[in-house]
Design a protein around this ligand. Structure first.
Ligand code: KIV
Length: 266
């Protein structure tokens, strides 16, 4: 494990060297400490906390205040990993709101913020990057758009949707995004996006030919209730502690043993 503190330039170097990036979510200091000690490169305070912490059926009710609270807690648990925090639903609908919301998360200890959406949010990304705030994009299945998408389903399956996703990814990178999460897209589409961009592309249900993997830590630990999506693997199976399960995830990502074909979409 590289003992150095992870930074955005460090992640870009990992992509250049084809070193796989391991990312996990955390919502509190104790789990953050275990994830950090397991060697994860990035820790995401995801708005998935709406589901796994608050027990809601979507991420839409999550507020900036919720994200600030959990980001502060996670910050206290981290030594090495880069801390990314999600901008929640309707907290970045224009440049001013994006700057205000991201500013609150950065003051809480985030080192990068993640936003869901394509070309439509380029102005917000440019405004954030212009103020020195690193940005991670999120395309494919974007849970904040669940009602528009008609449910939690695989995206980019037909050629028109795949082309739009490739264009959106290129637009986010041109706007200055430093990283991109691709959720629930066919593995071949994710691979083509990863090879077209110089920024790291982190997959979740996006196959193995990307630059890294992220999972919700509660899925890795088998805590989340069923039904579990195809891309999830319970790393507690075969591990004798939470720390060992998190280490097993990180090792499987680094050695590109996870995800297997059974976790990917076509
Ligand atoms: O909110 C979250 O946890 C996320 C990951 C699933 C990528 O966005």
């Amino acid at each position: 494990m590289n003992p150095e503190k992870l930074t955005l330039p460090g992640l870009l170097r990992m992509k250049a060297k084809s070193d796989a990036i391991a990312m996990l979510t955390a919502y509190d200091a104790s789990l953050a400490r275990l994830v950090d000690q397991a060697g994860a490169d990035c820790v995401l305070v995801g708005d998935s906390l709406g589901n796994v912490i608050q027990g809601r059926d979507s991420t839409l009710p999550v507020t900036v205040a919720d994200m600030v609270y959990h980001t502060e807690a996670v910050r206290r648990g981290l030594a090495r990993a880069l801390l990314i925090a999600d901008l929640p639903f309707l907290s970045y609908h224009d440049r001013a709101s994006a700057l205000d919301s991201a500013g609150r998360l950065m003051r809480a200890g985030a080192e990068m913020v993640k936003l869901e959406g394509g070309a439509a949010i380029v102005p917000q990304i440019e405004a954030l990057v212009g103020q020195g705030i690193p940005v991670c994009g999120h395309l494919g299945l974007t849970p904040q758009h669940v009602h528009q998408l008609g449910g939690y389903r695989v995206q980019g399956r037909d050629e028109q949707a795949a082309a739009r996703l490739r264009e959106d990814a290129a637009a986010l990178a041109r706007a200055g995004a430093g990283m991109l999460v691709l959720e629930c897209v066919p593995a071949s589409l994710a691979a083509s996006v990863s090879s077209a961009l110089t920024i790291p592309v982190i997959g979740i249900g996006a196959g193995s030919n990307v630059d890294g993997q992220v999972l919700v830590s509660y899925d890795v630990l088998g805590i989340s209730p069923p039904p579990r999506p195809r891309f999830v693997k319970n790393f507690m199976v075969g591990s004798d502690s939470i720390g060992a399960a998190l280490e097993a995830f990180v090792a499987a990502v680094r050695e590109r043993r996870f995800p297997a074909a059974e976790h990917a979409y076509r």
